[in-house]
Design a protein around this ligand. Structure first.
Ligand code: GLU
Length: 484
């Protein structure tokens, strides 16, 4: 069998959609599983939809997801260039072969006359399609029109009354009636190829063995197979992935939530969770296993096991997977991500050694679903509290509390390079000197250093923020909190 070569062929029209990520992932898994090659090709021939920076964003997002491609823009390869706008001559030359064989033809009809034709057909309830008028032009007519510079397109000459059969790994045999297909434009009047021509030519020239893409491309596939046949090229094997649906089974759309990978990334989802989640949108291993690493997916993925029924995008499942992957993540990896986030945080945030950051991670592990919860749920590690929880004040900050805390401050001041146990001993010592229960100090101190009533162990917090900062915060609280 020929080498397996697959491609992800996005159009740079904005952010990478989760559906696009799934297509990229399935291609990647299929390639890696079968010792094949994964190609990235940028389909940018529709200049009206081109968005600046989209290619860079796509490459950056794929690399964040660890979906490395073997050939593509920036990376190169034997089949380049991998950006379609750099291959325009190739499309023009190849379409010439089809014109010679009369499988394609020049069409000089103006957009206005095509519009009139469409309206006339609509008025009599006819299917709207081009009536092949220009197919009747003689060679001489064509030469004259070309010479006089009349704008033209090139169309595929689709024969009527044929059944076009597409064999699809996921959907089986799918038949299309050629009478329902319009003579597809292959080269537009601006000289650019349409998606259909460029896609087929490139898949052929890049020796793509399997075309794995979203179901929305299935209606285009009969045109593509007719193009392969017209060129006399071997068709690739097709696999159309099921649609992604909202929980109400409508097509996944921006209206019901985020659809860009970028959105999930900036919300703090782990790439491992997102990849795991996206892998299960249309595929499952046929076992109970739901949590997968990327390498487990490579081992277990099979394109034959992809379902054809639409896959529902369930955000709760993503949240659960994120929680599970975060639990599995070693402290050292969380540390790296946390440090990247700290680099972007405001300059007044307290900076810590790795050892202290690891202590924060350990203290927060049971309490976090996202790494950024470390900032959001326990900002006090990085900034002194700006206010204090009123309910905790009413409950625990009594008129005698300031005096008690002053005794505690004296005990804390004596400590040298204290560990968490030393704070604990000092607090017990102060409580016994004051003849009060430990709780009478623990709650106010927690409020003084964190501003809130819950969170990780108090002695962990004191150890992490350190002796000087702890003393400063307790003194400040004594000044600022009015006893109840
Ligand atoms: N450029 C198309 C897209 O944006 C690619 C479709 C295909 O994979 O053939 O999705």
């Amino acid at each position: 069998m020929n080498k397996i070569r697959v491609r992800f062929a996005p159009s740079p029209t904005g952010f990478l959609h989760v559906g696009g990520l799934r297509t990229a992932l399935y291609n990647y898994l299929f390639a890696r599983k079968n010792n094949g090659v994964f190609v990235l090709r940028i389909e940018d021939t529709d200049r009206t939809r081109y968005v600046d920076g989209a290619v860079e964003n796509l490459i950056d997002t794929l690399s964040w997801c660890s979906l490395d491609f073997d050939e593509g823009p920036q990376k190169g390869g034997m089949y380049g260039p991998y950006i379609q706008s750099e291959r325009l001559d190739i499309y023009k030359n190849t379409v010439g072969q089809l014109i010679e064989k009369k499988k394609a033809y020049y069409c000089f009809c103006s957009p206005e006359s095509i519009d009139t034709l469409r309206k006339d057909q609509q008025n009599v309830n006819q299917q709207t399609k081009y009536d092949k008028r220009c197919l009747k032009l003689t060679t001489q007519d064509i030469e004259e029109k070309l010479k006089s510079g009349i704008p033209y397109v090139v169309r595929l000459n689709i024969e009527s009354d044929q059944t076009v059969v597409v064999d699809d790994i996921i959907r089986g045999r799918v038949e299309f009636d050629s009478n329902l297909l319009d003579d597809q434009v292959l080269i537009k009047s601006d000289g650019y190829p349409t998606y259909h021509l460029a896609n087929v030519v490139d898949d052929h020239l890049m020796e793509i063995s399997h075309v794995i893409r979203g179901e929305e491309w299935l209606p285009s596939t009969p045109k593509h197979v007719l193009l392969y046949d017209a060129f006399g090229w071997e068709r690739p094997i097709f696999a159309h992935l099921p649609l992604l649906l909202n929980p109400d089974r409508s097509k996944l759309s921006k209206r019901q939530g985020d659809v860009a990978v970028e959105d999930y990334r900036s919300k703090g989802y782990l790439k491992e969770a997102l990849i795991n989640f996206v892998a299960l949108l249309g595929w499952n291993p046929g076992t109970e296993q739901e949590i997968f690493t990327l390498s487990e997916l490579v081992e277990q993925f099979s394109i034959d096991a992809v379902n054809k029924a639409g896959a529902v995008f369930n955000i709760e499942k993503l949240n659960w997977l994120n929680f599970e992957h975060l639990r599995m993540k070693p402290d050292a990896e969380i540390l790296q991500i946390l440090k990247e986030q700290i680099d972007k945080s405001p300059p007044d945030y307290i900076r810590y050694s790795d050892e202290k950051l690891l202590a924060i991670i350990q203290a927060m592990r049971p309490r976090m679903s996202f790494i950024k919860d470390i900032f959001e749920k326990s900002q006090y590690f990085f900034l002194p509290p700006s206010d204090y929880d009123q309910e905790v004040i009413s409950k625990h900050w009594k008129s005698e509390t300031p005096e008690h805390l002053k005794i505690l401050l004296e005990e804390f001041s004596k400590l040298e390079h204290p560990k968490k146990e030393d704070y604990e001993k000092a607090l017990h010592q102060a409580a016994s000197m004051l003849k009060i229960g430990n709780g009478k100090l623990i709650h106010p101190v927690r409020l003084a250093v964190s501003g809130v009533g819950g969170g990780p162990g108090l002695y962990d917090i004191l150890y992490i923020i350190g002796k000087e900062e702890s003393l400063r915060r307790i003194k400040k609280a004594i000044e600022r909190i009015k006893p109840q």
